[in-house]
Design a protein. Structure first.
Length: 539
């Protein structure tokens, strides 16, 4: 039976249409309890897929066949989530719900599923797990067990799905998602005795050592609530408590099997499991363009062709495994690697034997000179691999104009750009900001001159004169280094008007100090805002 949609949703779906929901579970049994849990989903699921690992006995398989629409048996191997990518590919519903064999959907969640699946504006939902402890009547309402959100409900055929080898976070879905209030009841703390849960925690700890949550070792904090003194508990609603007790007491199901047993090989499962390390590292990049010149600090993209020459698919985006990136880095004329490395993500999945065009980000060095840029493949946390591409690049110095003036003055000076577009305006201000938009900003002399100066004369005047003299004669005070650096990097200092702020005499003094400092550095000064006058000084 499919999920009835009771609301009109965006994307063209109308009232009464159905959003098919697939449910799948990995289990080794016991069959009666897992079958009883899955039966609670029968009214909302288009199909139920059960993957039974080969540790389960024939009785468990027979029990599960009575509720499953498909039942597959596969050879077990660590990690436990290894079959998830393959199973996702088997689901036929528009939405897929992944549920563990020690969980039970709350009645509230069952009621909410139709509306959740009707929402065309999202790609995934994260469901809260509530850990039942110490009996079916209460759950752990304390950190770290609350919140414990897990991405379990997602669009089946979404191109935004990736798979990770991260423990318990195998499915990664990009795009919009929501967090749900209605919980899954997690029965592990009352299904397994303390010693079994401790052994599980150690197994997970050895798989992913060092994980922390709430100031505690994650695996032991979650699975061994007995180690906490008086954790806060909350009551389970009566109707859900009765269902939990019924599931725990379930006997073998009646009725004929719905599904025949299918066998899936280790090779089929592993074909889609994320590969890491040497298995994933075979590929090459080819430069499709070779820029002869870049400006210092310029960031742009270069087109390259990326080829996957290994047996494992490479996912797109930032979360899938293996985490393949395209790296650009630079070498100076002596062959020494310098700062400026950038990583570019693959824009789409890349199958074994496939290739794709990737605009790769590069950032030129800050100093002019002759350099070599190298572009290659990298697996995050593992290192570079495969065949690289490289080319020689001449980096030219930036052409900068340092400008003093209000917004109107700076905008008028910007008229030079339609004649020499490679010019870069740098606005000098007392308190520059890095907004990411607008013209670049750098400090003028006021902060250096005025900050921490005595309030009263003559101490104020003496301090300003002393600081101005040091700025001209050197050595450059540390506090003034950004001012000097901005002037030294400029072709011209343009005084296009008074700086922003009150036109006090001391403001005019600060501009005069700035002008004298520029001239002492050999930087010419223009006291105009007219683009034609400025251009005449640059040619």
């Amino acid at each position: 039976m499919s999920t009835e949609i009771s609301t009109v949703a965006s994307g063209g779906r109308t009232r009464g249409q159905r959003a098919a929901l697939s449910v799948f579970v990995l289990t080794a049994g016991p069959g009666p309890r897992v079958a009883a849990m899955l039966e609670t989903l029968r009214d909302v699921a288009e199909e139920i897929l059960v993957a039974v690992d080969d540790r389960a006995d024939d009785a468990a398989r027979a029990d599960l066949a009575t509720v499953a629409d498909r039942l597959v048996v596969y050879p077990y191997a660590e990690p436990v989530d290894r079959p998830v990518p393959w199973l996702c590919g088997q689901c036929r519903g528009e939405w897929t719900l992944l549920i563990d064999d020690d969980e039970l959907p709350s009645l509230a969640l069952l009621d909410a599923l139709p509306k959740l699946c009707a929402d065309d504006s999202v790609a995934h939902y994260s469901l809260p797990r509530r850990w039942i402890f110490p009996d079916p009547g209460t759950y752990l309402d304390d950190s770290p067990w609350r919140p414990d959100y897990s991405l379990r409900l997602f669009r089946t055929r979404s191109p935004l799905i990736e798979f990770s080898d991260e423990l318990h976070n195998t499915i990664v879905v990009a795009g919009p998602g929501r967090f749900v209030e209605q919980p899954l009841w997690h029965l592990d703390p009352i299904l397994r005795p303390f010693e079994q849960r401790r052994e599980k925690a150690w197994r997970y700890e050895r798989t992913r050592p060092g994980l922390r949550v709430g100031g505690r070792a994650l695996n032991f904090a979650f699975y061994l609530p007995e180690l906490r003194a008086d954790p806060r508990l909350a009551p389970v609603p009566d109707d859900d408590r009765e269902r939990i007790e019924s599931i725990l007491a379930a006997g073998p199901p009646d009725g004929p099997p719905r599904a025949t047993i299918e066998v899936v090989s280790r090779a089929e499962i592993d074909r889609l499991w994320p590969a890491t390390g040497a298995e994933a590292r075979a590929g090459a990049v080819e430069l499709l363009e070779q820029p002869a010149v870049l400006y210092a600090g310029e960031q742009r993209t270069l087109d390259v062709r990326v080829s996957n020459e290994g047996p494992a698919p490479w996912p797109w985006g930032s979360h899938g495994v293996p985490r393949i990136r395209v790296r650009s880095h630079w070498f100076d004329g002596r062959g020494q690697e310098i700062d400026g490395e950038l990583w570019t993500l693959l824009p789409a999945p890349l199958a074994p034997g496939g290739e794709q065009l990737v605009p790769v980000h590069v950032r030129a060095p800050e100093s002019a000179g002759s350099y070599r840029v190298e572009i290659g493949l990298l697996e995050e946390h593992e290192g570079p691999f495969g065949r690289t591409a490289e080319c020689d690049v001449t980096v030219r110095a930036r052409r900068r104009l340092a400008v003093v003036g209000d917004d109107a003055a700076v905008n008028e000076v910007a008229g030079v750009l339609d004649t020499i577009p490679e010019l870069e305006l740098v606005r000098l201000r007392r308190s520059p900001v890095e907004s990411g938009s607008g013209y670049a900003e750098a400090p003028d002399a006021r902060s250096y001159l005025f900050d921490d100066a005595p309030v009263r004369a003559p101490g104020f005047a003496v301090t300003l004169l002393w600081r101005a003299l040091r700025l001209r004669l050197g050595p450059t005070p540390r506090r003034a280094e950004p001012v000097v650096a901005a002037l030294r990097a400029s072709e011209l200092l343009v005084i296009a008007g008074a700086p922003e702020g009150p036109p006090h005499r001391r403001e005019r003094f600060a501009v005069q100090v700035l002008v004298r400092t520029a001239k002492s550095l050999g930087v010419p000064v223009a006291t105009t805002r007219r683009p034609a006058d400025i251009l005449s000084l640059l040619r």
